[in-house]
Design a protein around this ligand. Structure first.
Ligand code: 8X3
Length: 244
């Protein structure tokens, strides 16, 4: 049975993808900080829960030990946004947090699990980027900078791994309505979080992204999907969202 590691598996896109990968026949290591959530998920899908903060080197080393010598798929999904302040008044702590979890977390997990991906002889590395890794918008400075970092790291990895049996993909979603992404961004303010999706008939949901990830992961191994951008039909561009 192929195996997969999904970080940020406690909710949203991570949890949906863990479920979808399990349905597609993977044994899934469900990785996140919130033990109760990933244990429930792992129990549901026959996977393995591993409590881990991806920004903590010792915990990531323990994750690699638990996974073992061979890994077929790594989804670096842990990440997120904090705040919508303009650059002129941004909090450096918010920016550090976003760089730490989106970029350094992805770096640490990738470094630790790359030997196992190579050892599988047919590895797949998928980084959860964002449309924010390819455009900028007012109030998004810290998040777009971090996601541009993820895009740069993903492209660099593809170059550096050329000739090795690991393919490298970035999944770049736009507007996806999940329980926590916007809520975290707005510090728990549900009304502000809901306003992001106001009038948008059908924002993407986590299962839409999970579906795309499983498709990427189940192509023949010689097929490398470099980048997949997914937006709801109502979102023609970051600034062009149809609201009813
Ligand atoms: C989420 C997309 O538009 O909030 O990664 O930056 S956006």
């Amino acid at each position: 049975m192929p195996n997969a590691v999904v970080t940020g598996a406690s909710s949203g896109i991570g949890a949906a993808t863990a479920r979808a990968l399990a349905l597609a026949g993977f044994h899934v290591f469900c990785v996140a900080r919130r033990t109760d959530r990933i244990e429930a998920l792992a129990g549901e899908i026959g996977g393995t829960a591993i409590t881990c903060d991806v920004t903590d080197e010792a915990q990531v080393a323990a994750l690699a030990d638990a996974v073992g010598p061979s890994l077929d798929l790594l989804l670096n999904n842990a990440g997120g946004a904090v705040g919508t302040d303009h650059v002129a008044v941004s909090s450096p702590d918010d920016w550090r947090h976003m760089y730490e979890v989106n970029v350094i977390g992805t770096l640490l997990v990738t470094r630790a699990l790359l030997p196992a991906l190579v050892a599988s002889g047919a590895g797949t590395l998928i980084n959860l980027g964002s449309t924010a890794g390819h455009i900028t918008y007012e109030g998004g400075g810290g998040y777009t900078a971090a996601k541009h970092g993820v895009t740069a790291m993903t492209e660099t990895l593809r170059l550096e791994l050329n000739g090795q049996p690991v393919r490298v993909t970035e999944i770049a979603p736009g507007m996806v309505r999940t329980d926590e992404f916007s809520l975290n961004r707005f510090g728990g303010d549900q009304a502000k979080a809901d306003a992001i999706y106001a009038g948008v008939r059908e924002p993407l949901v986590a299962e839409d992204i999970a579906d795309a990830i499983v498709w990427v992961a189940t192509r023949p191994q010689h097929v490398n999907v470099d980048l997949m951008v997914l937006k709801p039909i109502a979102q023609a561009a970051a600034h062009k969202v149809h609201r009813e």
